[in-house]
Design a protein around this ligand. Structure first.
Ligand SMILES: CC(C)(COP(=O)(O)OP(=O)(O)OC[C@H]1O[C@@H](n2cnc3c(N)ncnc32)[C@H](O)[C@@H]1OP(=O)(O)O)[C@@H](O)C(=O)NCCC(=O)NCCS
Length: 145
């Protein structure tokens, strides 16, 4: 397994399959995908891209920490789940976020993904809320030391 920087374009197919099933590929294009401070990571198994995650320089007002990153589009193809790939993507991302002078990573986690985020050190904040057309979510955060 190898973790590499990938382009926004590389993420769209896995985002669509795992996060936007039945929706057009354009629904997988996120605002700020192409921003300078945004970065995208991919995990490759036998040369095939199987897991993706994207990191956006974006603050959430719920947190007082000055500089924050948002995690979005975290997804691993079904046959490759529970092999530690997402955890590995995050382990590569944390020092990059720190190098960018940010101390906090947050995400709007799908309820089903909450146990995963807890395993990698995120904590839930506040109440469950609905993102229309996607389902129930909870805000989660991890301070990066
Ligand atoms: C959530 C998701 C990204 C996790 O990816 P993954 O590559 O399977 O995660 P990892 O293998 O790195 O998991 C690390 C640890 O997290 C925990 N974990 C992962 N998925 C879990 C689950 N569904 N339920 C409970 N714990 C889970 C486990 O402790 C796991 O370690 P273990 O397998 O040794 O027990 C993946 O399940 C996925 O793509 N889901 C569909 C899309 C999605 O919901 N994305 C999140 C949007 S907010």
């Amino acid at each position: 397994m190898e973790v590499k920087r990938i382009s926004a374009n590389d993420t769209y197919q896995i985002r669509q399959m795992m996060l936007r099933q039945g929706k057009p590929i354009t629904s997988c294009h996120f605002d700020s995908d192409e921003d300078e401070q945004t970065f995208h990571l991919g995990a490759f198994t036998d040369g095939k891209l199987v897991s993706v995650a994207s990191f956006f320089f974006k603050n959430n007002n719920s947190f007082e920490i000055e500089n924050q990153y948002q995690l979005r589009g975290m997804a691993t193809l079904e046959n490759f789940q529970r092999k530690g790939l997402s955890r590995e993507l995050l382990n590569v991302a944390f020092p990059v976020i720190k190098q960018n002078f940010c101390d906090l990573l947050w995400c709007n986690a799908r309820i089903e993904a909450r146990p995963f985020y807890e395993t990698v050190g995120f904590k839930a904040v506040g109440e469950v809320f609905e993102i229309e057309g996607v389902g129930p979510h909870i805000l989660m955060q991890k301070e990066i030391s």
